[in-house]
Ligand binder design. Structure first.
Ligand code: BGC
Length: 271
C-alpha cells in the first residue's frame, strides 16, 4: 500500500460519510448536488429548483423533498439555510417566510424524506467549505466570509474555528442595514451600475474592517463570479478574494456540515 492510498484509508475511517447530498437554499433558487466531502468534488450534476414564493415551511420542505427525490437519495443530507439555525431549530427569517421561526428543521426534513438531514446557516456552510477546501484553507487568524445574494450572509472563523450564526448583514448601517444597503438584490432592484454598487459594497467592507480587523475577506454567492466588475472600487486594506468554490461553496459546505454532525452524533452514540 503506498502512502497516498494509506492516507485515503485513514481518512475513510475517520470521516464516515464521504458521499453526502448538499443542498443550498437561496432566495431565488434551491440547488443540490452529491458531494465528496473529502475532496469537495461534485459527484453529480447540480440540480436547481425555483424557491417557492412565499417560502413557507410546507412549500420549502416539499421543494427540498423533490430535490432529494430527484437524486433518488437515501443517505445523509446537509442543507444550507438562509436563517439562524441552532441545534436543528430555525430562529430567524429575513428572506424566507416568518412562519419558519421555531421550526425544528432537522426533524421536519428527516421525517419527511426518510434521510438523515442536518441544516446549517447558509453563510456558515459556504465558509466551512472555503476554510476546508478553498480560499481560507490554512489561513491564520480571523477570516470573514461574506455571501452576497438576495441577502448578505456572514461567517467568522478564528484560527479555522467557526463562530456560528453571526448575521452581520443585519448590522445597522446608513440608516438601513448592511444587507438592505449593499446586497445583490438591492443592486438589481435599484438598478445600480457596478461602480455605484461597488462603492456601496466597499463602504460595507470598511465598516466590517473597522469593527473586526479580519485577515481575509472571502466573497461568496453569485457575486463571487463577478468580482472583476467591482474589485477596482474596493479600497479596504484587508485582502479580498472570491470563494474558490464559487457558487457551489454553500452546497459543498452544507454536505461537510452534515458529515461532521453525523460523525459527532455517532461518536456520542446518539444514533
Ligand atoms: C439571513 C442570513 C443569511 C443571509 C444570506 C440573511 O438575510 O438573515 O441568515 O445567511 O441572508 O442568505
Amino acid at each position: 500500500m503506498n502512502n497516498k492510498t494509506f492516507e485515503g484509508f485513514l481518512k475513510q475511517i475517520t470521516y464516515p460519510s464521504m458521499e453526502v447530498l448538499g443542498i443550498d437554499v437561496g432566495g431565488s433558487g434551491i440547488k443540490g448536488a452529491l458531494v465528496n466531502t473529502l475532496t469537495a468534488e461534485l459527484l453529480s450534476e447540480r440540480h436547481r429548483i425555483d424557491t417557492p414564493q412565499p417560502a413557507t415551511p410546507q412549500a420549502l420542505a416539499a421543494t427540498i423533498y423533490d430535490l432529494i427525490q430527484h437524486f433518488n437519495w437515501k443517505g445523509l443530507v446537509g442543507v444550507g439555510f438562509p436563517a439562524v439555525v441552532q441545534h436543528g431549530m430555525v430562529h430567524s427569517a429575513a428572506n424566507i417566510d416568518d412562519s419558519w421561526i421555531g421550526i425544528p428543521i432537522d426533524d421536519m426534513l428527516s421525517e419527511r424524506s426518510g434521510c438523515k438531514v442536518f441544516a446549517v446557516n447558509d453563510a456558515d456552510a459556504a465558509g466551512l467549505a472555503e476554510m476546508h477546501h478553498g480560499a481560507g484553507k490554512g489561513v491564520d487568524g480571523l477570516v470573514m466570509m461574506i455571501t452576497v445574494g438576495t441577502g448578505i450572509g456572514t461567517a467568522l472563523f478564528n484560527q479555522g474555528v467557526l463562530m456560528p450564526n453571526t448575521e452581520l448583514g443585519h448590522l445597522e448601517f446608513k440608516k438601513k442595514t448592511v444587507e438592505r444597503y449593499s446586497s445583490d438584490s438591492v443592486r438589481k432592484k435599484a438598478e445600480l451600475n457596478w461602480k455605484q454598487w461597488g462603492k456601496r459594497f466597499n463602504e460595507s467592507l470598511k465598516y466590517y474592517e473597522k469593527i473586526f480587523n479580519p485577515d481575509l475577506f472571502i466573497i461568496g454567492g453569485g457575486t463571487s463570479k463577478k468580482m472583476e466588475k467591482f474589485s477596482e472600487f474596493v479600497t479596504v486594506k484587508t485582502p479580498m478574494v472570491p470563494a474558490q468554490l464559487l457558487n457551489n461553496a454553500g452546497l459543498i459546505g452544507a454536505a461537510l456540515f452534515a458529515s461532521f454532525k453525523d460523525k459527532k452524533k455517532r461518536a456520542q452514540g446518539t444514533f
